[in-house]
Design a protein around this ligand. Sequence first.
Ligand code: ATP
Ligand code: MN
Ligand code: MN
Length: 289
Amino acid sequence: GSRASTAASVAQASSGQLRITHPERVIDPSTGITKIDLVRYYESMAEWLMPHLGRRPVAIVRAPDGIDGQLFFQKHVEGDDLIVVPDAAALMQFTQMNAVEFHTWNAQDDRLDRSDRVIFDLDPGEGVAWKQVAEAAGIVRALLRELGLQAWLKTSGGKGLHLVAPLDRRHDHATAKRFSQAVVRHLTETFPKRFSAKSGPKHRVGKIFPDYLRNGEGQTTASAFSARARPGMGVSMPIAWDELPEVKRGDQWTLANARDRMSFQKQDPWNDYWTCRQTLTRGMKLLGL
Ligand code: ATP
Ligand code: MN
Ligand code: MN
């Protein structure tokens, strides 16, 4: 099996002055965003991003030839070692290595087998208006609340939204996945016109696929504040629930405007997320699991 390393070599290498190669290289031809723009984005957002990485194993999406070139989804550094980004210096070293996206496990490296959050990745099918995506998030939130779970919200930086419910590390990933699958079954049975239980593009025309597969062991989801390797370079942005009615798109925040938003935030839109203590126990019982 895989072990988690603290990417010591990476951290060490970055303790000195970090040299950014090809700073002026355009990585997003649709906007002209360059490598140094991305590096500066991560540098200025490190304070917000690092707590979301924490001690989670990370998968990175590297784009050495820009986001129009081949993308490399990478879960290991050398050999079998999982990637952990211990500090801002290591983060910057990864950006120098053309990492654009940072995806995280629902676990931390001292207890990889335990789930510390469940994620509902709301994937809109063809022809779904944003209003429907926002309504779906409200429905999932209400159901989770009935099941004893508070959930926090972020844009994906792409097409959809992610709901995140933190967990005490009591359950394994199989349990978290079984729970989230039952939640999705309940949603699709109750609102068959809104939600699809099947992911294929044909099945979700006009509907939303609440993707529970993000909760399996070793599965990853784009982290809050990760940039996305897509035209326009959206950013996955944590938002407060009362902001949702004003949000227009999953890629509303981008490399160009995310920093401004955060510099005007008086407090973390996920302020209470960090201290929330909850488990799946009540929800499992209510769902007959
Ligand atoms: P959107 O809102 O557009 O759906 P998203 O980040 O939710 O954006 P998805 O396609 O729903 O995108 O999710 C893909 C998930 O699959 C990512 O969270 C990622 O961590 C995971 N994943 C697994 N393997 C890969 C891979 N080879 N390339 C990209 N993502 C991968
Ligand atoms: Mn998605
Ligand atoms: Mn998905």
